[in-house]
Design a protein around this ligand. Sequence first.
Ligand SMILES: O=P(O)(O)OC[C@H]1O[C@H](OP(=O)(O)OP(=O)(O)O)[C@H](O)[C@@H]1O
Ligand SMILES: O=c1cc[nH]c(=O)[nH]1
Ligand SMILES: [Mg+2]
Length: 209
Amino acid sequence: MNNVHLIDHPLVQHKLTLMRRADLSTNSFRRLLKELAMLMTYEVTRDMPTQPIEIETPLETMTGQVIDGKKLVFVSILRAGIGILDGMLDIVPGARVGHIGLYRDPRTLTAVEYYFKLPADMAERDVIVVDPMLATGNSAIAAVDRIKEVGPRSIKFVCLLAAPEGVAALQAAHPDVPIYTAAVDRQLNEHGYILPGLGDAGDRIFGTK
Ligand SMILES: O=P(O)(O)OC[C@H]1O[C@H](OP(=O)(O)OP(=O)(O)O)[C@H](O)[C@@H]1O
Ligand SMILES: O=c1cc[nH]c(=O)[nH]1
Ligand SMILES: [Mg+2]
């Protein structure tokens, strides 16, 4: 799979396995998602540019490297994206944040938009779109379609779990958008759920079922 970054670090795989278990509490699910998001941020931001800055250590002057967090925009696909956003903001607190409200129509599995808000001046910014699940790919494609309308410098897509169908669809629609995921599972079921998966991410994060 081209342009797919599988984050197979043992800590990521361990925490993901815990999250898949049906008997995990809402509290633990949310905490693990946040921890996973923090770990994944490390990989996703690996190629972020740094600038030199002169600083004083207690002993002498040196040139260090810093990032410009403001150039980064985390775009959360509501509502399950909030779970990943939390962890990412802990690692890059200066990042800007956008939200796209999308839900899947349960009959057609198409994405329906109900909210859209991004920071201003997107041309200078690098976007990281976050959503725990890439199933049919309809939500991710709809989100990237909308974000491209404002012309950011770059776009990456980060999820926890992907289905092969979703990866193929997102890559076909947006081959320039790299996908970062902790796992690509076997397949979708007839309702568009990922198998073996972890169930409905939004319901598990927010305890709505
Ligand atoms: O790849 P797709 O087939 O589009 O499926 C993935 C989408 O489904 C889930 O959201 P859902 O529509 O359940 O909304 P929620 O986040 O509000 O629970 C998930 O968080 C993704 O956004
Ligand atoms: O398996 C899936 C598919 C879509 N959305 C989810 O939350 N889980
Ligand atoms: Mg969603």
